[in-house]
Design a protein around this ligand. Structure first.
Ligand code: KG4
Ligand code: ZN
Length: 330
């Protein structure tokens, strides 16, 4: 079965064709980062206007890349939430129109379920019970995944998402948007112990996170730093070390709590090399298996949406179903 999925929840226009159970035939992403960079963040109106321009060429490129036409697709999927309302509407309407024109089913997909299941895409063993850490620009969640559709939330952030903290601190450090990859680059050669930033909520039981204190700590530190440019590698590495330690330790704690022997990591922040290295070292020491989403599947993409859709082909979504900017996962 071939699924065409469209992702337009935020600032990427993406389309992918997947052959079930998990062969990505094509995955196209048109990023709007350069358009939003002058504003230091995503501007919803700019995002939706650009999705309107790009959705058709991106879908056509995905079909061409897979060597198929719209008539060869068995189901059309689109992200229905969470995300920016006017952006979600573009991909949804396009996918529904294709479904209507071809008489094939439409599948509405939760963006976070796309991230959540992405570490299993291409995995021969299929989706297995695990503790899942989803770390993106909008969310930081620890979930207990027992099977497809059977998720319980162990904890989430009380304030900023981890990626959001990277982006805000990146701005404070004078780095371009988005801050995550820029901080990772700036941290190369820096000393992660040069500054001791707070490990928020690590001393408290449970699986909640908080990253706003870290942002404030960076602001106070910057006020005292005489030469911020010279201190940049150490500041970036120390900030990154604080975020990484909290994410890794809470995930390990959640694995012990649930008794699961597998941790998965996904979402935009999961392509951070320091985070991956720390997870690999800690999981090996604990004897816990680890699956981090393939790099191409970490930041927003439509292949992960198609893979989530592949799990739901038996229950199509009515064409009059609305998008939901606050769609919950668990
Ligand atoms: O999953 P994603 O593309 O979009 C959301 O659903 O939010 O995640 C984007 C987030 C941004 O905050 C970005 O700064 C962060 O992922 N990110 C990173 C890295 N690459 C992207 N954070 C840390 N290190 C990176 N290398
Ligand atoms: Zn995302």
């Amino acid at each position: 079965m071939r699924i065409l999925a469209i992702e337009t929840s935020c600032d990427e226009t993406a389309a992918a064709v997947l052959e079930t159970p998990g062969t990505v035939m094509s995955s196209e992403i048109s990023s709007q980062i350069a358009l939003h960079r002058p504003y230091g963040g995503v501007v919803p109106e700019v995002a939706s206007r650009n999705h309107v321009v790009m959705v058709r060429p991106v879908v056509e490129a995905a079909l061409a890349g897979a060597g198929v036409g719209a008539g060869d697709i068995d189901a059309f999927a689109a992200t229905a939430g969470p995300g920016l309302a006017s952006s979600l509407l573009v991909g949804n309407t396009f996918a529904k129109s294709l479904a209507l024109a071809t008489g094939k089913p439409f599948l509405a997909i939760n963006h976070m379920e796309g991230h959540l299941l992405s570490p299993f895409l291409g995995e021969a063993g299929g989706i297995r019970p695990c503790v899942a850490l989803v770390v993106s620009g909008g969310h930081t969640m620890l979930l207990h995944l027992r099977g497809v559709g059977d998720y319980s939330l162990l904890g989430r952030t009380r304030d900023d998402a981890a990626g959001e903290a990277f982006d805000k601190v990146g701005k404070m450090l004078g780095l371009p948007y988005p801050g995550g990859p820029e901080i990772e680059k700036a941290a190369v050669g820096g000393d992660g112990e040069a500054y001791r930033f707070p490990r928020s909520m690590l001393d408290q039981p449970g699986f909640e996170f908080s990253f706003s204190g870290l942002k404030t700590a960076m602001r106070y530190t910057l006020e005292k730093v005489v030469e911020p440019a010279a201190a940049l590698p150490d500041l970036a590495a120390s900030f990154q070390a604080a975020v990484v330690e909290v994410l890794v330790e809470k995930a390990i704690r959640a694995a012990r709590h649930t008794g699961e022997n597998l941790i998965t990591v996904s979402g935009g922040v999961s392509c951070n090399a320091a985070l991956c290295a720390a997870f690999e070292a800690r999981c090996e020491r604990e004897g816990i298996a680890l699956r981090i989403a393939q790099r191409a599947l970490t930041t927003d993409n439509a292949a992960m949406i198609a893979f989530a859709a592949a799990q739901k082909v038996g229950s199509p979504t009515p064409l009059d179903a609305d998008i939901d900017p606050n769609l919950a996962l668990a």
